[in-house]
Design a protein around this ligand. Structure first.
Ligand code: 3PG
Length: 311
């Protein structure tokens, strides 16, 4: 007679790790889909200020409808919450629009190679703005991160200064966003999901006037007609997909930021870039030179050394 199987309870810590692992896998998968549709849209309709505004608008709409229909519980916020959220939203808006402008000018893989230097920005910001100091190994790990990115950048066949600077500005802005967000979420009753929803709404309010000023309806109308005549009705689906997936991947990333440290978050984010770089090179058939790939690999390996040194 076979003995009855005894159910083995999963200890709390193991269950938490499984949950974070699932968040990471979903976050990366959603991000790959977002990046592909985002680039398809930008190739056909090169107006990054409008597409970044639409991504935030879609996220805001999804969340307002979810609150109104009670699919998600609306957060209880006060004016102090929104005041504290303002610097996070400024950083999020700048980082988002800068990355989108970058991707409108260069290959998705190039933007993400430069964005894999985010941990280096995190160290420099923490050192010079917050007065934190780190073990020598952390500073040494910046050499391959910065060197690898520089090697990948100078050998990039389609190098473009706006594309490069956009990714660099996005790095700096997102480091501030992550530091402010983690502080803002600490001890607050607002969940990661609702925190990101409020962030989208505030960023949308901040970005809309700039998008109108920098691009505006005249440009959009002409670009829209061309995109629809070139691509057909699929273009509208691509635009919808990039906006929906933008919200979903960010929402999941904030749900994991709720559970992990900014360090683990930035490591997860760099690992995510490997899947984006590889899949976008395959899908868009981006020409890559061996020295280019070597630079990217050195930069990503530097991030691994950074995470080891920081721990
Ligand atoms: C954006 O549009 O905000 C960027 O594509 C985001 O980049 P990241 O979330 O991969 O840093």
């Amino acid at each position: 007679i076979k003995p009855e199987p005894v159910p083995v309870p999963i200890p709390g810590e193991a269950a938490r790790k499984v949950k974070i692992g699932i968040y990471f896998a979903v976050w990366w998968a959603l991000n790959v889909v977002f990046n592909i549709y985002n680039k398809k849209v930008l190739n056909a309709f090169p107006y990054p200020w409008l597409t970044s505004t639409l991504s935030l608008a879609m996220g805001s709409l999804i969340m307002v409808v979810s609150w109104a229909t009670r699919i998600a519980e609306a957060p209880n916020t006060d004016s102090d919450f929104w005041k504290a959220l303002l610097p996070v939203a400024v950083a999020h808006t700048i980082g988002h629009v800068a990355a989108t402008v970058s991707m409108s000018k260069v290959a998705v893989s190039f933007t993400h190679i430069i964005k894999s230097a985010e941990p280096a920005f995190s160290v420099l910001v923490s050192r010079f703005f917050l007065g934190e100091s780190f073990a020598a190994g952390v500073y040494w790990s910046l050499v391959p991160i910065i060197g690898g990115c520089a090697l990948a950048a100078v050998t990039e066949l389609n190098f473009n200064m706006i594309g490069f600077m956009g990714a660099m500005i996005s790095n700096l802005a997102f480091v501030f966003r992550n530091i402010f967000s983690k502080k803002g979420m600490k001890g607050k009753s607002v969940s990661g999901m609702n925190y990101y929803a409020c962030l989208s709404i505030l960023s949308l309010v901040l970005l809309t006037p700039f998008a109108l000023y920098v691009e505006g309806p005249k440009m959009w109308a002409a670009g829209w007609d061309k995109a629809v005549s070139d691509i057909g009705s699929n273009f509208i689906w691509w635009l919808t997909a990039q906006s929906v997936f933008y919200h979903l991947y960010n929402q999941v990333s904030y749900m994991s930021l709720d559970e992990i440290s900014p360090l683990t978050f930035s490591i997860g984010n760099t690992m995510k870039r490997i899947s984006v770089i590889v899949s976008s090179i395959i899908i868009f058939r981006t020409p890559v030179q061996p020295v280019n790939a070597l630079g990217a690999a050195i930069a990503v390996f530097g991030t691994f050394l950074y995470s080891q040194a920081k721990q």
